[in-house]
Write a protein that binds this ligand. Structure first.
Ligand code: DHB
Ligand code: FE
Length: 291
């Protein structure tokens, strides 16, 4: 590889670069040990291992296949792709069991690309974007209420999404820090308004270990276009969710299994003739009181 090739390579959104950023982000925000008692650790670890053993027996797994698995697991770590792997193929079930008791708006997976502390507006905001930001303009409005219908002024709606090329700021090179990331504080009546551009479908990195698994299994690497959101208010449970656009070919076979019918938007042509507008209202469950 020449120096020029290497430089070009370094500026692309490679699996290794994206994975390293996702790993760093995860360590900064979430990598603390859960306070799990030894009996529970033992049960969970044993049952996962038993599921692996049963698969090996059922399919007469060979030594070559065992060694290929070992090599692959080692490379997932080297690529920093554990956050991506776990969020694509495991998180949706964790989300499902942890939100089963909720009556308010549906949540779904957070994925690896949330960054706290994005610039914040009050009532209405326009996400920071480049002067020549590609994509169809999108006006997103809605309200935040409690399960009993009470508006929640002061609720915080955080939003982040890929650009029209399918890349996330802070995880792909050459995109300004807070591009297409922002937050808005709901007004007195719980309403909010966000101007942005429509995201493109997202392809999980194909040149790393997750891509190798997808190739080897004959799967595909696509997620439908989506907006990521976190909606929270005092005394209420935070909802982490995503919203999707009708007609996307991957709404029915999302690689991350994170689409739910309740999360489908209904875009219409914008009243001002500029792009599309969507309305989505969030309903928050009350915080569970402990003790
Ligand atoms: C991944 C990326 C996403 O944007 C997302 O929503 C879920 C998972 C990933 O690359 O793992
Ligand atoms: Fe995403």
């Amino acid at each position: 590889m020449t120096l020029l090739d290497q430089t070009l390579e370094d500026t692309r959104a490679t699996a290794a670069a994206t994975g390293a950023s996702a790993t760093e982000r995860f360590r900064a925000d979430k990598a603390s040990l859960a306070d799990t008692p030894p009996e529970r650790v033992s049960t969970l670890a044993r049952e996962v291992l038993e599921a692996v053993h049963a698969t090996i027996r059922r399919h007469d797994v060979t030594y070559d296949e065992f060694n290929a698995l070992k090599a692959w697991l080692i490379s997932v770590g080297e690529d920093g792709e554990w956050p991506l792997f776990l969020d694509v193929w495991v998180e949706h079930v964790v989300e499902e069991v942890n939100s089963a008791q909720r009556a308010g708006s549906k949540g779904t997976i957070e994925g690896p690309f949330y960054v706290p502390g994005a610039p914040r507006g009050t009532g209405s905001t326009t996400l920071s974007m480049r002067a020549d930001e590609p994509g169809t303009p999108l006006l997103f409005t809605g309200t935040v209420t409690s399960v009993d219908g009470t508006p929640l002024p002061g609720a915080l709606v955080e939003i982040w999404h890929a650009d029209a090329d399918g890349f996330y700021s802070q995880f792909a090179p050459d995109i300004p820090e807070w591009n297409l990331r922002g937050a808005v504080v709901a007004d007195e009546d719980g309403s909010f308004s966000i101007r942005t551009v429509q995201p493109a479908p997202y392809q999980i990195p194909t040149d790393g270990s997750c891509g190798k698994l997808i190739d080897a299994a004959g799967w595909h690497s696509w997620r439908p276009a989506h907006l990521h959101l976190k909606v929270g208010a005092e005394g209420h449970q935070l909802v982490t969710t995503q919203l999707y656009f009708p007609g996307d070919p991957h709404n029915d076979d999302d690689v991350a299994s994170a689409v739910k019918p309740e999360l489908m938007l209904d875009p219409r042509p914008a009243e001002d003739g500029n792009g599309a507008e969507v309305v989505y209202d969030f309903v928050l469950d009350r915080a569970t009181t402990e003790g």
